[in-house]
Write a protein that binds this ligand. Sequence first.
Ligand SMILES: Cc1ncc(COP(=O)(O)O)c(C=O)c1O
Length: 355
Amino acid sequence: MKYNFGAGPCILPQEVFQQAADAVIDFNGLSILEVSHRHKDFVAVMDEAIDLVKKALNVPEGYSVAFLQGGATLGFTIAALNMMRDSKSAGYINTGTWASGAIKEAKKVGVDVNILASSEDKNFSYIPKNFAIPAGLDYLHFTSNNTIYGTQYHAFPKNDAPLVCDMSSDIFSKPVHVADFDLIYAGAQKNLGPAGATLYIVKDEALGKSTSPFMPTYLDLKQQVEKESMLNTPPVFSVYVSMLNLRNLIANGGVEEMAKRNEAKAALLYHEIDSNPMFTSKVAHEDRSLMNITFQLVDEAHKDAFDALWKGADIVGLPGHRSTGGYRASMYNALPIESVHVLVDVMKEFTRKNG
Ligand SMILES: Cc1ncc(COP(=O)(O)O)c(C=O)c1O
């Protein structure tokens, strides 16, 4: 058994892996991998997946859900194209690599991007607050959890501008007040399912209002919603496993219960980082992520010794992102608290031997 702290694709519940494996052999007499996406049995899967997203996040009336492809990376473009209005001017908050990616792609499709705040001055180790938001923006974009740096919004920016959020790495980890947003998007491969599907939750009023002169059919959320995510062949397997995982989430108490578990897991590891003299964290306390916990050795000279210990304990996925170094423990919904205990014990043992 491995303790998987990978940042995504990542751990999902073991029961979901088993059910997915069963359906690869026999979904309805056919494998889920060979069934037509137009077959009523798969249409029922897509309908249930959409319904379960609405149920899990308490999505209000007047919102639609779609499962598309292209990852959150295509979401950067889809968000900009669909939310562009007369002013073509939008506010972005730069909290790291993925927020920067969203900014870059919005500029490419002609959005006049105002970077209203950035935490680049301190290597993205905090969430900017108390910045001015000009009137008249088409929308305001932010990234709810910064997977690479380990920061997370614990209160969302509130403004008159329609809010657009990349929630790839913390959606379904806690309740979210969907009515505050015009558009939420998220790659599936953290708390939702396998890579391949990308989730969109969009306010119906926002559909069909784009002023972009360029709108490829696939990128038009209005058409995608009207075609119920079946405009072309959807990512069948990823949607199927997401549906299984959403069933599992709801059966286990839903996002409220996940929030409690995620808080307990994060508290355990942050306590060890803060109390163990061999480790440190660069992230501002109030902005610490509950999903991706980044930390460093106080003395890099001990790297080989620490790496040997956690690898020997069957921990995988612990190195930080290649752009940051250090360590990152990703603690998505499916990561059991026992895995965090194993990591904390390794950290204690390391300090006993090397401190
Ligand atoms: C917050 C966030 N946004 C965007 C992305 C890019 O997602 P994708 O690989 O699905 O395009 C990631 C990937 O980890 C992410 O964590």
